[in-house]
Design a protein around this ligand. Structure first.
Ligand SMILES: Cc1cc2nc3c(=O)[nH]c(=O)nc-3n(C[C@H](O)[C@H](O)[C@H](O)COP(=O)(O)O)c2cc1C
Ligand code: SF4
Length: 449
C-alpha cells in the first residue's frame, strides 16, 4: 500500500469562496446571508459596473464551467447577442445527475442566496430578465431552500422590478427535474424545461443564440455561478491568481483558476466534500482527506470526477486536480467528485454496472448510443457469466471506436471513457473470467476423428 501523504491544508472559512457559509447556523436564510455579505457584489455590479465590464471581469478571471466540460464562462457570456430583440434567459443547471457527485446539493442547501446572487449578476451581464433554476427532483431540500430564498429575495426587492432599486428587473423560478441523467445535458435540460422529453438538440445553434423557448440563453452550473460574486468583489485577476496557471508550453491551455469543491466517495474511510485551490493531487485528496482505504484493503482505481471519466490506477494518483493536468494523465476533472474502488471491486462487475447505467439513461435518439450501450452491457454480462471469450474484448474495442464522437450529445462518449479505460488497464481480470479456450489445434484434432 502507498504511504499516506500528509494532507495539505484545506481552505479556511476566511479563504473559502464557495463554502464560506457552510456550518453557519441558518446560512440559507436571507437575514444570515446578508449579515455575511450576501448581495454586496450584486449591488456593486448594478451600481458601478456596465454589463460588458462584468463580462470582461469574468473573462479575466479565467473561470471555467464546473459542470464537467470546463468551458470558459466569460467567453460563453460573450456569445449572447446584444442586439437580439428576444428576451434572454439564465438557466442554472442544478440537475447534478452525474453519479458520485454531490457538490451542487450542498451549495444549494447551505447557501441558496449565493446562487441567486451569482445568477442575478449573470443576468445583468447578458441582459437577461429571467432565471430558471432546474433542480434535480431527488433533491427536495434543495428545492425547498432555493424556493425559500427566491421568496425572501422577492420580498426584499432583490428579485422582480428594479432589483435593489436599480434600472434592472429580473425574476427567478425553480423547475424541478424528474430524475433523468440526460436532463443534465444542457440542451436535454432545455427541452425538459420547455415541457418536452429531455432529448438533446443538435448544436449549433448553441443555447447562447437559441436556447430556452428559442431565445438567447446562458446555461451554467450551480458552482460556476456561485464563483461570480467573489469575482465581482475582488476582481477577475485576483481569482485568476489562485489555482493552476495555464501551461506556457501550450498556447491553448486555459489553466485551472480559482477554487473548487472536490469530493471523495466509495471505498475510503472518510468520504466527504472540501474546497481547495486547484493543485492538490488526487492522491492527497483520496488518502489525505478521504482517509485512504478501509482497514486491510488497498485502493485499486479511482475515477477523478463522477463516473464519466477514464479511471486512473493507484500508481497514477500523483496527478494534480486540474483540467489540463488530468487530461494529460489520460483522464479528466469531470465534476471533481472522485469515486474510489478498492481490491474487493470486481472490474467486470463494475463494467456491467456502468454499461447498464448508460444504456438505461440513453435517450435513444442516436443509433450508436441506443444500440451500442446495450450491446456493451450484454458483452460485459456475458463475460461476467463466464461465457465470454477474448474475441469479446476486440468486439468491445470496435464498439468504443464506433460510439465515441458519433452522437448528438456526450452521453455516449461518457459511457465509452470509463469502460474503455477499465478494459485496457485491468485486461487480466477480464481474461480470468472467460471460459477456458481450446489449445491451438485442438479443434482440428477433435474434428479429424
Ligand atoms: C449526459 C450529460 C449529463 C450532464 N449532466 C450535468 C449536470 O447534471 N449538471 C451540470 O451542471 N452539467 C451537466 N452536464 C454538462 C452540461 O451539458 C453543460 O456543459 C453545463 O451545464 C454547462 O455549465 P458550465 O459551463 O457552468 O459548466 C452534462 C453533460 C452531459 C453530456
Ligand atoms: S448520445 Fe445518447 S443520450 Fe445523447 S442524444 Fe444520442 S442517444 Fe440521446
Amino acid at each position: 500500500m502507498a504511504p499516506r501523504p500528509p494532507a495539505p491544508a484545506a481552505l479556511t472559512p476566511e479563504t473559502r469562496v464557495l463554502s464560506r457559509n457552510f456550518g453557519v447556523a441558518g446560512s440559507w436564510t436571507l437575514a444570515v446571508a446578508r449579515e455575511r455579505g450576501a448581495y454586496a457584489s450584486l449591488e456593486k455590479a448594478l451600481g458601478s459596473m456596465r454589463p460588458d465590464e462584468v463580462v470582461e471581469e469574468v473573462k479575466k478571471s479565467r473561470l471555467r464551467g464546473r459542470g464537467g466540460a470546463g468551458f470558459p464562462t466569460g467567453v460563453k457570456w460573450g456569445f449572447v447577442p446584444k442586439d437580439s430583440p428576444k428576451p434572454k434567459y439564465i438557466v442554472v443547471n442544478a440537475d447534478e445527475s452525474e453519479p458520485g457527485t454531490f457538490k451542487d446539493r450542498y451549495l444549494m442547501e447551505l447557501d441558496p442566496h449565493l446562487l441567486l446572487e451569482g445568477a442575478l449578476i449573470a443576468a445583468y451581464a447578458v441582459g437577461a430578465s429571467k432565471v430558471w433554476i432546474y433542480i434535480r427532483g431527488e433533491y427536495p431540500l434543495c428545492i425547498e431552500r432555493v424556493e425559500g430564498a427566491i421568496r425572501e429575495a422577492r420580498a426584499a426587492g432583490i428579485l422582480g422590478d428594479r432589483v435593489l432599486g436599480h434600472a434592472f428587473s429580473c425574476d427567478a423560478d425553480v423547475h424541478p427535474g424528474a430524475g433523468a441523467y440526460i436532463c443534465g445535458e444542457e440542451t436535454g435540460l432545455l427541452e425538459s424545461l420547455e415541457g418536452k422529453r429531455g432529448h438533446p438538440r443538435i448544436k449549433p445553434p448553441f443555447p447562447a443564440v437559441e436556447g430556452a423557448f428559442g431565445c438567447p440563453t446562458v446555461i451554467n452550473n450551480v458552482e460556476t455561478l456561485m464563483h461570480v460574486p467573489w469575482i465581482v468583489a475582488h476582481g477577475g485577476e485576483a481569482f485568476a491568481r489562485q489555482g493552476l496557471p495555464p501551461d506556457p508550453a501550450n498556447p491553448r491551455s486555459l489553466g485551472s483558476a480559482g477554487t473548487k469543491l472536490m469530493g471523495v466517495s466509495g471505498a475510503v474511510r472518510t468520504p466527504g466534500l472540501w474546497e481547495f485551490e486547484f493543485g492538490i493531487t488526487l492522491r492527497e485528496l483520496v488518502y489525505g482527506y478521504g482517509g485512504g482505504p478501509l482497514e486491510g484493503r488497498a485502493i485499486k482505481a479511482v475515477i477523478p470526477g463522477g463516473l464519466s471519466m477514464p479511471v486512473l490506477t493507484e500508481a497514477e494518483l500523483d496527478v494534480r486536480m486540474g483540467f489540463d493536468e488530468l487530461q494529460k494523465a489520460g483522464s479528466g476533472l469531470g465534476t471533481a467528485c472522485a469515486i474510489v474502488m478498492d481490491d474487493t471491486c470486481d472490474m467486470v462487475d463494475a463494467c456491467e454496472n456502468i454499461a447498464h447505467f448508460f444504456a438505461d439513461e440513453s435517450c435513444g435518439q442516436c443509433t450508436p448510443c441506443r444500440e451500442g450501450c446495450h450491446w456493451m452491457e450484454k458483452i460485459f454480462r456475458r463475460i461476467r457469466s463466464g461465457a465470454g471469450t477474448p474475441a469479446d474484448l476486440d468486439l468491445l474495442e470496435g464498439l468504443f471506436v464506433n460510439i465515441e464522437g458519433r452522437t448528438i450529445c456526450a452521453l455516449a462518449d461518457a459511457a465509452v471513457w470509463p469502460l474503455r479505460s477499465i478494459v485496457r488497464k485491468f485486461r487480466g481480470e477480464f481474461l480470468r473470467r472467460m471460459r477456458p479456450q481450446p489449445a491451438p489445434g485442438a479443434a482440428a484434432v477433435a474434428g479429424g476423428r
